[in-house]
Design a protein around this ligand. Structure first.
Ligand code: 5GP
Ligand code: ZN
Length: 114
């Protein structure tokens, strides 16, 4: 989608540090990490958020979670545990309106999630 930051990253028009890619998803390091491991998993198909996912089929939606698990395994945080975060909408402070999941790990994370 034109003027979407993550669509531009997926297309390679804006550089990113790639962690993993398959036909449905793209994973790269967050530019402002909030944990020792902080990766963004984005759907290749543009859709604004989980509440507006009509463009996506079940396989494409599930692929996002599968990629989160693969990334955690690949980066060595699966054994000790990790967190997947999805911000949806303004109250959740979603800043990029392209469906994405944060994979956070590499240390003991806060018990508080909100
Ligand atoms: P949100 O707040 O929408 O859930 O998450 C957006 C995330 O994108 C933020 O954690 C922010 O640091 C990250 N981000 C914003 N711009 C860029 C960028 O140009 N490159 C990368 N790698 N991450 C970005
Ligand atoms: Zn997009």
């Amino acid at each position: 989608m034109k003027d979407c930051l993550f669509c531009k990253i997926i297309a390679g028009e804006i550089p990113s540090k790639k962690v993993y890619e398959d036909e449905d998803t793209y994973a790269f390091y967050d530019i402002n990490p909030q944990a020792p491991v902080h990766v963004l998993v984005v759907s290749k198909k543009h859709t604004p958020d989980v509440a507006h996912n009509g463009e996506m089929n079940d396989h494409e939606l599930a692929a996002c979670l599968r990629t989160c698990a693969k990334v955690a395994d690949q980066l060595g945080v699966a054994k000790d545990g990790f967190r997947i975060v999805n911000n949806c909408g303004d109250n959740a402070c979603q800043s990029v309106k392209h469906l994405h999941f944060h994979v956070l790990g590499g240390e003991k994370l806060s018990e508080r999630m909100a």
